[in-house]
Design a protein around this ligand. Sequence first.
Ligand SMILES: *Cc1c(COP(=O)(O)O)cnc(C)c1O
Length: 425
Amino acid sequence: MTSAVPMVETALDLHSLAGDLEVLMAIEAEEARQHDGIELIASENIASRAVRAAQGSVFTDKYAEGYPERRYYGGCGPSDRIEQLAIDRVRRLFDAVWANVQPHSGASANLAVFFALLQPGDTILGLDLACGGHLTHGSPVTVSGRWFKAVTYQVRRDDEHIDYDDLARIARQTRPKLILVGGSAYARRIDFARARAIADEVGAFLVADIAHYAGLIVADLYPSPVPHAHVVTSTTHKTLRGPRGGIILSNDEEIGRRVDKAVFPGIQGGPLMHVVAAKAVAFGEALGADFRRYSAQVIDNAQALGSVLQEGGLRLVTGGTDCHLLLVDVTPFGIDGRTAAEALERVGLTVNKNAIPFDLHPPARPSGIRVGTPAATSRGFGISQFEEVGTLILAVLNGVRAGSVDEAGIRGSVARLTASHPIER
Ligand SMILES: *Cc1c(COP(=O)(O)O)cnc(C)c1O
């Protein structure tokens, strides 16, 4: 087992792509785009070189259907080691009894949980998309809305926080088999204990989808659903800063066994062992003290950015944030979210258009933009850089409102910020 091996050459070595210039140039264009712009999409981050090294490793070649010590193919010794390491680390990170690290993505993690716990036609109850929920929580364009009877709860009209009374009322009326909490554009803390009490009252499973908050939870900066939910799903590439992928956690081993069977063979074939290896690396990084400091900076930065935007006349949904993201209503400037997002992209500030609760505008031209701090914080941005980003966002949107944006000047400011905070490759 302990043979001395030379340093492995990894796929990070772009020289090996010299014979395929079309691919090489696309990768280099993406590298330049990331370096030269300021990434403010709340679901994105910048994985470490170590994470990418593991993801580019020889584990991409290996079939390892099954689970550690229970595989369908031979030659799975190293795969068992790496997957067990990922499982042990993620259980330690979240203080969870059981974990599955094989889901290819957040959507796959959710689908596996549905397959484990539901029958077609069952009722599921999730947060309304315009209130910050996720497509996979019952939207009719996904399996979750097509194969299940999906009902939604909303946020309160006055303060835009989750309306737990509405959740309880709809749960009593519709008797869902499964209740989902979590979302993609909800900036406040979630009361997981209260959601569990409602689920227990109606005999539903509580599933917490922490795709967005996972990194903040392991840093103890956002409440953990693990003690409360029957099942927890997450991505690994958002605030957790790992490779693109999914995980599922539970404190109930019986549910864990059902979900294991649902992931494989239920909805997936062979696990992406190279991604599992990269997950193990990311979980190791998240166990370190630096990760807590990073996560605290992510939240401080979001709050500083929010204050600048608010003082500049934009409206923050819920009036602020407890996490890494801001949902910004741009209609006080007389513009819509799509126009805002497009104008920001032209100067190298990448955000996404987003609906706001009870949005009066159509999804193609919603009232808001969503802005997040995890990626730029990973390249070293602190509060003063984010205050400048806020000033630049205001300059762009005020320019749009007035009919002329100083694109060259703002691009120059973006270039100074990115040059002084290079992405370390
Ligand atoms: C991002 C996200 C997902 C989907 O993750 P993918 O990896 O893109 O499939 C699921 N749920 C929530 C709440 C998310 O934010």
